[in-house]
Ligand binder design. Sequence first.
Ligand code: AMP
Length: 442
Amino acid sequence: MAYIAVKGMQDIYKDQAASFNYIEEVFKAVCNLYGYHEFRTPILEYTEVFDRSTGESSDIVRKEMYTFLDKGDRSVTMRPEFTAGVIRSVVENKLYATEDLPIKACYVGPVFRYDRPQLGRYRQFTQAGVECIGQDSARVDAETICLAIQILSMLGFENLTLKINTIGDAESRAKYREALKAYFEPKISTMCEDCQQRIKLNPMRILDCKVEADQEIAKGAPKMKEFLSEASEKRFYETLSIIHDLGIEYEIDDSLVRGLDYYGEVVFEIHAKSKAGIDYGALLGGGHYDGMLKTFGGPEMAGVGFAFGLERVYSVMKDNDLFKELDNGLDVYVMPVGESVLDDVFELTSEIRTLGYSAETPFAALKLGSQFKKAEKRGAKFAIILGEDELAKGVAQIKNLKTQEQKEFKLDQLEETLDDAFGEDDDDGCGEPHEHSKEETK
Ligand code: AMP
């Protein structure tokens, strides 16, 4: 048997891992601007956590969960999404019992869905998202949408479209479900097997169906807005008016219902297009919910949240060259000339790192030509070259690999030399400060 990754799962390393880190950093930095704090909940939850909140009518719970019995015969599930676990945590830890509402939770980590693997769809993927819990207001909805847009804008996305809809309160949704049932019932025998289940569990899910013939039938279905209560309609227009005042453009999409059962009232997605107009579909989705805390034995409290998949965001960013500013290069490549200086070069490399600059050395006295090739591959900014003669004089050579300028420096002035070299490199005429990884070591 060949040792390969589990179907639908992928290894992420090197540039892709660095890009994921970058996306996570931007995500966390923008969340911080809005007062969010990170939640790290377990990957495994008792299965009821998802059954009862994500919902038995959702595709996720019906057929996509990695569920198994643990050694104590308890049914556990690898999280297929974050919201249910975060709300479970808020209730279990009684975090809602504070004057300081709303609770603003952000998270990032792997989720697992036994989906059909295809381009851009994995069985393990990474979600980043937020939940704002405990204050029910159109302003909270609007702030959350604004946060979502700011994250994607800070990542460099330009052609974004906010699609928004309301699926109303519980009463509006109950009436709507009845109307959809009546509409789909005479047609359901011609529709896909999933839809035949969906009509029994939650006919709103039919509107999410990806089968083209079913989508055609769904086009003629009654619209949510005909069943909206006055309160839900008012709430929706309040949210729209606030986001309009924030200068955010939106498109009302009355077919948008979202695939998870816990949503109510406002739901939204953010879609992206390339400069040339290629439509990438939804990058991020979210909405408002109100019954979830109660489901877990907590108080009646509303929340609003969203999540995006890092894999999706990464591939669209790569397609649009949005990582070109990323600098993952090494500061210094330290080159030994001859076997006899290997130990000294090894120590010198270590000293450079303690000064806060990233450094590597080949551990062997390779020919200088191949060392320069390695340095280039690693994106090194400077090379430090040390041979026996230099060592005897207490000096070494430092070479700027961009300008090819080379000069001698005294080894006991290493720190000043590096600070100078990287300081000078800042004034290279590009205007932008030059990045290097010097950490504050004091
Ligand atoms: P959801 O939790 O289904 O609303 O999905 C939120 C986001 O996660 C989507 O907008 C996608 O970016 C991403 N996503 C969902 N399913 C997958 C998958 N199977 N593989 C990769 N990304 C996914």
